[in-house]
Design a protein around this ligand. Structure first.
Ligand code: SAM
Length: 273
């Protein structure tokens, strides 16, 4: 019998595909198509609207690189905000630090429910006593609340569906306004080789909002092109001003990786300088 497969056909007339050993969950939520599959190599895989979000085997690349650059450079990170991130991976990495509170604002409760049921290694993060899990649109949450944070992470999906607002300049202006002095924001910014136009637009928008804008890269095996872009945003804290060692037992991030991640290839320097 031929193998069953899940194909992610992404924006640049190419894609990736994964063998499906078992389909564990499939539902159209109020916001998106949510699917969970079992793959012989990657284990549990979460797809939203047909795009890989996270897998059991390689989630550490993305979540460690989204969270640790800010957490090793902020002078005293105590109040943290995560927008999106419903699978709980970003929360897991944030909770490795002696923070006071972390708020996670996820628009789709079905993503959290699916993560709790099919990604049990994330359950303890989603139920940690320091974590407040809120169901809301990230932009509306920031508009409605005046609370301030030391670090804000934007763990959004691709700019489709509910995630579109999390890629707009007005959203990042709100993020900046909700940062304490010495605040840092880090956001996932998509596939560098496939989304150069949107990266350039983001750079042009962000340079009018933050003093320090540094894009950085990391491999993510199951993402389009196997390479992912993030951005480090602050008015005062330089990403090379390391304040602390990262937690032990990380699988990807270390301080050498931190420095190297901000080194950009020429084709990106052209559009991001
Ligand atoms: N952590 C994931 C990974 O490993 O790739 C990254 C994507 S995460 C699943 C993206 C989350 O953002 C989804 O759970 C989605 O429901 C949520 N989301 C999308 N738009 C949102 C919005 N406007 N406000 C809050 N959460 C949103």
């Amino acid at each position: 019998m031929s193998k069953q497969e899940k194909r992610e056909f992404h924006s640049r007339s190419s894609g990736v595909f994964f063998e499906i050993k078992r389909t564990l969950f499939k539902k159209k939520s109020r916001y998106q198509e949510i699917e969970v599959f079992d793959n012989p190599y990657f284990g549990r895989m979460l797809f939203l609207d047909g795009l890989v979000q996270t897998t059991e085997k390689d989630e550490f690349f993305y979540h460690e690189m989204l969270i640790h650059p800010a957490m090793v450079t902020h002078p005293d990170p105590k109040q943290i905000l995560i927008i999106g991130g419903g699978d709980g991976g970003a929360l897991k990495e944030t909770l490795r630090y002696p923070i006071e509170r972390v708020k996670m604002v996820e628009i789709d409760p079905d993503v959290i429910a699916v993560a709790k049921k099919y990604f049990p290694w994330l359950l303890h993060s989603l139920e940690d006593e320091r974590a407040d899990i809120l169901i809301a649109d990230g932009k509306e949450f920031l508009e409605d609340s005046q609370d301030k944070y030391d670090v804000v992470f934007i763990d959004s999906s691709e700019p489709v569906g509910p995630s579109v607002t999390l890629h707009e300049r007005s959203f990042f202006e709100l993020v900046k306004d909700r940062l304490n002095p010495s605040g840092i924001a880090c956001a996932q910014m998509g596939a560098p080789f496939f989304q150069m136009e949107s990266l350039k637009r983001a750079k042009d928008d962000l340079k009018d909002v933050f003093e320090i804008i540094r894009f950085f890269l990391a491999p993510v095996p199951t993402y389009p092109g196997g390479n992912w872009c993030f951005v480090y945003l602050s008015d005062q804290v330089d990403p090379f001003a390391i304040k602390r060692e990262p937690p032990p037992d990380l699988q990807y991030f270390n301080l050498e990786i931190h420095k190297a991640a901000f080194a950009l290839p020429n084709y990106l320097l052209e559009i991001l300088k």
